[in-house]
Design a protein around this ligand. Structure first.
Ligand SMILES: [Fe+2]
Length: 274
């Protein structure tokens, strides 16, 4: 029996009464999926998953996506290692939904904490269904008619401009031409509506003048950052977060350098936003 404790008003629940290291029966899987749809991000404590157990859990929800740009756990190409320390500070600092520059952005990710700094290194999550619900019906109607451009090259412009960046990322640029997604997305399972633009990858609103597009996006980006739509995960070793990438954004807090932080992540394939 899952025990769910909400961690904030808009989204997020801590889940007890489940062992992510063991096989999940179909009832437990369904309860877990229902909790994910309801709370949009789930947190777990004391789950010392092995790479095989992490992979088995992710497989229940869909096919893993591979990330050629990141190192991975030996023998598990789907198990990405996110590791930062004194020599390699983290550079990700903006709110985003993962990989919206793809035609099929991920369903979600399961992130497992391996090494946690003594202080700092939390992650913020925000509910895009709550951010959408917080708008007037006039604005909701207007946004529902719009399409946005999501662009890998826009999100990775600093990496591309770094020495050798164009060469290193040439294949990624070729493989990821800009994509169009609706500004308001309907969740394929829960039917909830959510904002589906993010400041990392959304470069423009289709069919608008540049000034109009920038003004509208800047308004939406500052609107979704309201603390009322967010929750915060404080990690410990063997904490796990599972977020629904179809209806949330997240933002790592880079306040732990030069300490060591190591996470392992599996990203699950999703469908085309509608
Ligand atoms: Fe991310």
């Amino acid at each position: 029996m899952l025990e769910l404790t909400p961690v904030a008003g808009a989204l997020g629940a801590e889940v007890k009464g489940i062992d992510l290291c063991g096989p999940l029966d179909s009832n437990t899987f369904k309860a877990l999926n229902d909790a994910l749809l309801n709370y949009e991000v789930l947190f777990f404590r004391d789950q010392p998953m092995s790479p095989a157990q992490h992979a088995a859990l992710a497989n229940l929800f869909g096919k893993p996506q591979l990330h050629e740009a990141y190192p991975h756990v030996s023998g598990y190409p789907q198990l990405t290692i996110l590791e930062n320390d004194e020599a390699n500070p983290s550079k990700i600092e903006k709110w985003h939904t993962d990989m919206t520059f793809r035609a099929h952005p991920p369903l979600g990710s399961i992130l497992h904490c391996q090494i946690m700094p003594a202080r700092g290194g939390d992650t913020l999550f925000a509910s895009m269904s709550a951010a959408y619900a917080g708008l007037s019906s006039k604005m909701q109607d207007f946004l529902s008619s719009l399409t946005a451009i999501h662009d890998f090259s826009y999100g990775f412009k600093e990496s591309l401009e770094a020495p050798g960046g164009r060469e290193r990322l040439a294949q990624m640029v070729l493989d990821n031409p800009p994509q169009e997604h609706p500004v308001v997305r309907t969740h394929p399972e829960s039917g909830k509506k959510g904002l589906f633009v993010n400041c990392l990858f959304t470069s423009a609103i289709k069919g608008m003048k540049e000034g109009e597009s920038r003004a509208l996006l800047n308004f939406l980006f500052s609107h979704m950052e309201s603390p009322e739509y967010s929750c915060r995960m404080h990690w410990q070793a063997d904490s796990v977060a599972f977020w629904d990438n179809r209806i949330t954004q997240h933002r790592p807090i880079n306040d732990y350098w030069p300490q060591h932080r190591k996470m392992q992540r599996i990203t699950i394939d999703g469908d085309r936003p509608v």
